[in-house]
Write a protein that binds this ligand. Structure first.
Ligand SMILES: [Mg+2]
Length: 187
């Protein structure tokens, strides 16, 4: 039986990439959003969980350790070990954190505390720096455990169910504006 903390992630950006791809929620296509302004690269496989909605109007993000990069659009089972609490330009923008469930090199990682500190520092540092040349600030409020991460995931699934029709109609920006007026999802 699948463990509840193993969830499918859709890879958007392979580890090592400086191209920021994302899945378009209306067309389903993988689109180049931008090339990172600085000489930075993603320190893990980066993607999202389908049928979720975070406060930035996008599906919940995931960053996962991997040994060998995959490809945009690939579905990977990730063992969630925690989450990184992030505020991106004033918006709550949490990242789930995990490891490839089907890579035995990570079999001993069952909690984010099992992960070498330097690997976590690299990820934290990446997110703090990757928008610097766009004059945007990202604040990291710290790492939380698997329990909190799964709670966040459940909330994002619920939110998606509430808004899915409107998201498919391309109303993301309107929804975000409504949240802003209500003070929802703001840091
Ligand atoms: Mg996001």
């Amino acid at each position: 039986m699948a463990k509840e903390n193993v969830i499918p992630m859709i890879v958007e950006i392979p580890k090592g990439s400086t191209n920021k791809y994302e899945v378009n929620e209306v067309t389903g296509r993988i689109v180049l959003d931008r090339v990172l302004y600085g000489a930075n690269f993603y320190p893990g496989e980066y993607g999202m969980v389908e049928n979720t909605l975070d406060w930035d109007g996008d599906p919940l993000d995931v960053i996962s350790l991997c040994t060998y990069p995959t490809l945009p659009g690939v579905e990977v089972n990730v063992r969630i070990l925690g989450a990184i609490k992030m505020i991106d330009n004033g918006e709550i923008d949490t990242k789930l954190f995990g490891v490839f469930a089907n890579d035995p090199r990570f079999d001993t990682y069952n909690n984010f505390k099992d992960v070498p500190q330097h690997l976590k520092d690299e990820i934290t540092n990446f997110f703090m720096q990757y928008k610097a040349l766009q004059n945007k600030t990202v604040r990291i409020d710290g790492w939380v455990d698997e329990k909190e991460a799964l709670h966040e995931l459940a909330e994002c699934k619920e939110r998606f169910n509430e808004y899915k029709e409107r998201i498919k109609n391309g109303e993301k920006e309107i929804i975000k504006e409504e949240w802003k007026v209500k003070g929802l999802g703001q840091a």
